[in-house]
Design a protein around this ligand. Structure first.
Ligand SMILES: [Zn+2]
Length: 347
């Protein structure tokens, strides 16, 4: 089957609009007609070769794909055909200890990432492992559903599994107006925490308030203040989605006794100084958080279907205008996530 979309031919090179042959789904695979795909910073990082610069090319990027399964290969239940699915980002083995115990993102034998080692949602069709095609409720509109597999599932993993937030928590989200940030605010609120959202763009403040957090300007770290409603109490957790030396240093200072710093960014060569004495005296924790499990993606979809988490996808573009969404991302003017919407019958 001929399909069309964007592919890159060198890691770090430009995307080219082209047509290519989509293969038949092989054993264990599913052919998906893409309805929409998320446009976020992770996609740009993947295209630059940040996750892998040796994966085979050409490649259609875009891991936050939503689409309908058109056909399945040998060994896959035909029940999957016709279902609306979201893509699970990690290409996991399904049989190692972590996979078998439901901790998919810790897979010991990862084969790479959707949109890096397999074609993603920047093409109108893709063949992916059927185990990466997770069915979601039909009621969720496809462009909104693009936020589920990463921008909403990741906050669920952070708030529920890694930080175990409760109504006693006071949480700071750094980068609160971004694609993961705006949903992190909502998720921390869902677990009952009081939330402060740090953001450098004041235009995003109303949306941060709508998501349930007190917005605070973080253009100058010395001026970043915790909410007055906390009455001088420090944060119990800081979730840093920026990961700069300054933001990490500020975070450690903002935490109170027993506090936790959650880190989610993966820039190479980034580090910050750590004082063991401070860690001991204040019994601090630093918590790494690695994507989400498949169960958490399914749970994220349920939260959206039930209206408990509202996807914030502020820019939806047709394929020919995808570069406009990339520009908004690079300029940090995009509130929440962007998405590309494939027209019905495309390709
Ligand atoms: Zn595994």
């Amino acid at each position: 089957m001929r399909t069309r979309g964007y592919r890159i031919h060198t890691w770090g090179g430009p995307m080219l609009w082209e047509e290519w042959e989509t293969p038949e789904p092989g054993a264990g695979e599913a052919l998906v007609r893409v309805e929409a795909c998320g446009v976020g910073l992770t996609v740009l990082n993947c295209m630059r070769g940040d996750l892998s610069d040796t994966a085979p090319l050409p490649r259609a990027p875009g891991h936050e794909l939503v689409g309908r399964v058109l056909a399945v290969g040998e060994g896959v239940s035909p029940d999957l055909v016709g279902k609306r699915v979201v893509g699970y980002f990690y290409l996991t083995c399904g049989v190692c200890g972590p996979c078998r115990s439901g901790r998919d993102s810790r897979c010991a034998n990862m084969a790479g990432w959707l949109g890096v080692h397999r074609d993603g949602g920047y093409g109108a069709h893709t063949v992916i492992p059927a185990a990466n095609a997770l069915p979601i409720p039909e009621s969720i509109e496809p462009t909104l559903a693009t936020a589920i597999p990463d921008a909403i599932a990741t906050p669920l993993h952070v708030c529920k599994t890694r930080l175990e937030l409760t109504p006693l928590d006071r949480v700071v989200v750094i980068g609160a107006g971004g694609g993961v940030g705006i949903h992190m605010v909502q998720m921390a609120r869902l677990f009952g925490a009081s939330v402060c959202g740090l953001e450098i763009d004041e235009a995003k403040f109303p949306a941060i308030r709508d998501a349930g957090a007190e917005p605070t300007l973080s253009r100058q770290w010395d001026d970043a203040r915790l909410p007055s409603a906390w009455r001088g109490e420090p944060a119990t957790a800081v979730i840093d989605l920026i990961g700069s030396r300054e933001s990490l240093g500020w975070s450690m200072g903002a935490l109170g006794m027993g506090g936790s710093l959650a880190v989610l960014t993966t820039f190479r060569d980034r580090s910050f100084p750590l004082a063991p004495r401070e860690m001991v005296f204040r019994e601090l924790r630093i918590v790494g958080s690695r994507y989400a499990s498949k169960a958490e993606v399914l749970e994220a979809a349920r939260l959206v279907a039930d209206g408990r988490i509202k996807p914030v996808v502020s820019m939806v573009v047709p394929p020919e205008e995808i570069e406009r969404a990339h520009e908004a991302l690079r300029g940090n003017t995009l509130l929440g996530r962007g998405a590309v919407r494939w027209p019905a019958g495309a390709g």
